[in-house]
Design a protein around this ligand. Sequence first.
Ligand code: AMP
Ligand code: ZN
Length: 308
Amino acid sequence: MKCTRCKAPAEVELRQHNCGFCRGCFIFYFQRQVERAIAKERMFSLDEAVLVAVSGGKDSLALWDVLIGLGYRTTGLHLSLGIGAYSDQSTVKTKAFAEARGLSLITVALADDGLAVPEIASLTRRPACSACGTMKRHYFDQLAVDRGFPVVATGHNLDDEAARLLGNVLHWQMEHLARQRPVLQPTHDRFVRKVKPLFRCSEYESAVYAFFRGIDYIVDECPNAAGATQLVYKDMLNRLEANSPGSKLAFVQEFLHKAQPALTAETIAAPQTCQGCGMPSFGELCGFCRLVRETEARRERRQAAARA
Ligand code: AMP
Ligand code: ZN
């Protein structure tokens, strides 16, 4: 196969787009995809300060790399989640990436706040991924607003979006579907815009980009993800994709073009303000504060039982 752009021998084939690229042209293609998504969806402009959530995985590091190349003003935000060696390694990879390029990076260790994911999940008897999601959302939102960033970018890719869409459709989660968009505008004065510039790039493409650019990322999956329903959806979608390339992109893209606009009528109540932390919430306390209070209560009970 020859490169669709320059006719040199192709190194990557993208069946969903019916094309192939050599190394240099693939890098160009990937960067253009991201650039176009940002422009078309009006995610952010060159003079806005973008907080990029970086996990140390291929997607978020590839995203950060592209944004720097395109000349955006970025600061990285990394949460060290406290999930054993997996988290330690992701923190090392993220810091090394930022240091090697002289980028500014904010790192927060949840364990420093007594909120390491495994501990809260076990104390509150919640699935680790659900506790983790609550923590991430809260820290991203709060750090962004406290430090004056108008926008947070995450590395969610096409595979993530397709799997999430499948899950939402299977259960007809109308409110979740109404919120599933590449750009979410703030609905509260302590929310900032949230964007997913890689929403049209597959996991395979971001892995190839990271590899071609020599980015050292954490390859291991989070140990908590094993058995997660999201992975079952991803596997199903991969089988569909192998059988008919382009399925994932069509699923997400056609949803966004055809179904999503009709769902905005499915209005989501504007959030109130959390009595605990002042962040947006859909009850007196936000999900994060409820989790923290429950954790504290369980800890106290355990300590009291130990003293007795
Ligand atoms: P995940 O929820 O693990 O699929 O990650 C989706 C996106 O959330 C990543 O591409 C990152 O942008 C962001 N993210 C996940 N984990 C972290 C973390 N520990 N620190 C900062 N950002 C993260
Ligand atoms: Zn709160």
